[in-house]
Design a protein around this ligand. Structure first.
Ligand SMILES: Nc1ncnc2c1ncn2[C@@H]1O[C@H](COP(=O)(O)OP(=O)(O)OP(=O)(O)O)[C@@H](O)[C@H]1O
Ligand SMILES: [Mg+2]
Length: 201
């Protein structure tokens, strides 16, 4: 098995699964957590990630197909998506127009009560047939304006930090794409509230 990434939460391996290239994502123990709680958190995130990948896929958002879930080993085996991460694509090309498509994708998620929980350009892969969304382990099923607004505030923060040179144009393209969501205006109003509140914390 080829280790492709050891992140804060998980190890990712590239494997073959039934003759197809796949990714094995294994959530690794965190020693600073009490073991019982640690297992509970890893199991919950493993299940949640698999469930949300499937749900997003069913509403027409490109996500890797889940091949198998093992919540004892804390592993998900999923389709390997070939392509380039949006992070590197943007850093290399500066093609901020892609953020409009990403806005439309997040609109589709939110319209279908899917809150991603960790939107970043590292969790998006530009593949031949579209933009794939990954890494739903912190996501939830929620129709709350607050949850959706927080999803956007976090994304903007990471986007601006990673892509400071195109932050303004990129984020306004994102807003255009997101406006496909019927409740977009309500969410943006809540975004302003969340930011105001954050300043007083
Ligand atoms: N199905 C997949 N196909 C192709 N590459 C993938 C796939 N899943 C993950 N990757 C690659 O591995 C990286 C990390 O995956 P993921 O975000 O799921 O793990 P993570 O541990 O939560 O990482 P991070 O802390 O960086 O968000 C992704 O940015 C992507 O480059
Ligand atoms: Mg990630």
């Amino acid at each position: 098995m080829e280790l492709i990434k050891r992140g804060a939460e998980a190890e990712l391996y590239k494997i073959m699964y039934n003759g197809r290239p796949a990714i094995l994502k294994r959530r690794i123990p965190k020693r600073y957590r009490v073991p019982e709680l640690d297992e509970h958190i890893r199991r919950a995130r493993t299940r949640r990630e698999a469930r949300l990948l499937d749900r997003a896929r069913r509403v027409g958002v490109h996500t890797p197909e889940v091949y198998s879930v093992d919540d004892e080993r804390m592993e998900i085996i999923m389709e390997f998506v070939s392509g380039q991460r949006v992070k590197e694509y943007l850093l290399e090309t500066g093609d901020y127009g892609i953020m409009r498509r990403i806005g439309a994708i997040v609109a589709a998620l939110h319209r279908n009560r899917i809150v991603h929980g960790d939107l970043t350009t590292s969790n998006l892969i530009l593949s031949g047939d579209g933009i794939y969304v990954l890494d739903f382990g912190l996501g939830s099923i929620s129709d709350s304006l607050e949850d959706k607004a927080v999803d956007l505030v976090c994304f903007e923060k990471s986007f601006v930090a990673t892509h400071s040179d195109i932050a303004e144009e990129g984020w306004s393209a994102f807003r255009e794409g997101y406006s496909q969501y019927g409740a977009a205006e309500d969410v943006w109003r809540r975004v302003e509230q969340v930011k105001r509140r954050a300043r007083y914390l």
